[in-house]
Write a protein that binds this ligand. Structure first.
Ligand code: MLT
Length: 409
């Protein structure tokens, strides 16, 4: 008898962003005359940088000629891209990461969801609250969540990110084995300092734990004192995997390209207590379950590292940061306390009412979509996340409508 994986029944009935898009679609169907502005899901609107488009086209042409056609790409990614990443994203910042420690993938979402497969079923996992739902759901699917209880899971350890700790939780007193950290944070927009990350790296060494560091939004950091990689912290290459993405940085949400860094020194323990390197284990997993990112997409990603690519990407990220600044100013002027949006595309707004009620209010009165904070966890209740990924004109119009809607309230 074919049986289902019953861990799925412990999940929330639907994935946060699909729930939101269904609600928005229902509202739109009932009010076809209303124009909706989406500041909900973090999906980019600016086109691919010109340098990427040029490289993409040239690579597609290569694929169309017998002499330059290529079949399966290597599971771990093509060397030209891995070398550029090692040199520009790490070497240029004084961090030694080799090209062979980088695995190209189709998204940080897949990597952060899949890497847990390398670990024993009974490890203890810590997740932030609020949290990018993928970290939690992938653990629940793998059976590590335990019983659902009031919107949480009994077996997970929640790292509460609150106004009081500036949305950067400190390591817990208890021991955990795998820790998800995300900075700049999705959803709160908070950025950890080097001292804060140092405390985590120290904890991981002391407790023989591993950090899964999601740095998908690092390109939005403007303060040179703030760490863009966990590997800026001495000792991190032994206890941390880092995931990055071209999605938000270079407009690749629809093109798909990302990478995970698994340093050779990064270890986990087997049942006899000896260390095993995670890099070959991930290669083993990827070569079984993943057939690589297409050649044209990897060429397009490589073009991010050309001088033109770098300045185009910078311009795109500055564009979204300008939106973020506008949202921050407007929401603050309306009397809300707002965090994030300075080194991050997300703004975390304390709306002092139920998150979904505020979501409904904004949708029905202003035709603006945000993301209810409670969808990211218990500590998100009373907050909403506003995304700056949209056109500047739309962001201006959205803020104007929000102002009118809330002034009428
Ligand atoms: C978000 O809105 O949180 C992101 O777009 C989700 C994602 O990157 O998967």
């Amino acid at each position: 008898m074919i049986r289902v994986n019953e861990h799925f029944s412990a999940l929330q009935p639907s994935y946060l962003f699909s729930d939101i898009s269904k609600r928005v679609a229902a509202f739109q169907a009932a009010h076809p005359e209303r124009e909706i502005i989406r500041l909900g899901i973090g999906d980019v609107t600016q086109p691919l940088p010109a340098a990427c488009v040029k490289a993409f086209r040239a690579a597609v042409d290569e694929m169309g000629r017998a002499e330059t056609f290529r079949g399966y790409p290597p599971y771990e990614g093509l060397d030209f891209l891995r070398e550029k990443i090692a040199e520009h994203d790490f070497g240029a910042r004084g961090i030694r990461i080799g090209a062979d420690e980088i695995f190209i993938s189709d998204g940080a979402k897949s990597d952060t969801a899949n890497i847990q497969e390398l670990f024993a079923p009974n490890i203890r996992v810590a997740v932030p609250d609020p949290v990018y739902p993928v970290y939690v759901d992938s653990q629940v699917m793998a059976g590590r969540g335990g019983a659902p209880q009031d919107g949480r899971y009994a077996e997970l350890v929640y790292l509460e990110s609150t106004k009081e700790n500036g949305f950067v939780p400190a390591p817990p007193n208890e021991s955990v084995d795998l820790i998800y950290l995300c900075f700049p944070n999705n959803p709160t927009g908070a950025v950890a300092t080097k001292a804060e990350l140092r405390a985590w790296v120290h904890y991981a060494h002391e407790r023989k734990a591993l950090i899964l560091f999601d740095a998908a939004y690092e390109a939005f950091i403007r303060d040179p004192e703030l760490p863009r990689s966990i590997y800026e912290i001495p000792g991190a290459t032994e206890v941390a995997i880092e995931c990055r993405s071209f999605s938000k940085t270079a407009g690749f949400t629809g093109t798909r390209c990302a990478y995970a860094v698994i340093p050779h020194t990064c270890m986990a323990y087997n049942s006899s207590g000896s260390q095993e390197a995670l890099n070959p284990l991930w290669y083993r997993r990827q070569s079984t379950k993943f057939n690589g990112v297409s050649y044209p997409v990897q060429r397009a990603a490589e073009a991010v590292y050309t001088p033109e690519g770098q300045s185009q990407v910078r311009r795109i990220n500055d564009y979204y940061l300008r939106n973020a600044e506008l949202i921050r100013r407007e929401m603050t002027a309306l009397g809300f306390s707002v965090s994030g949006g300075e080194h991050s595309p997300y703004l975390w707004v304390d709306v002092k009412m139920d998150s979904w009620s505020f979501f409904d209010l904004l949708l029905t009165r202003a035709g603006v979509v945000c993301t209810p904070g409670s969808g990211f966890g218990r500590c998100g209740q009373g907050f909403v996340r506003i995304s700056s990924f949209n056109d500047f004109e739309n962001t201006e119009r959205a803020m104007q409508r929000v102002r009118q809607a809330l002034e009428k309230k």
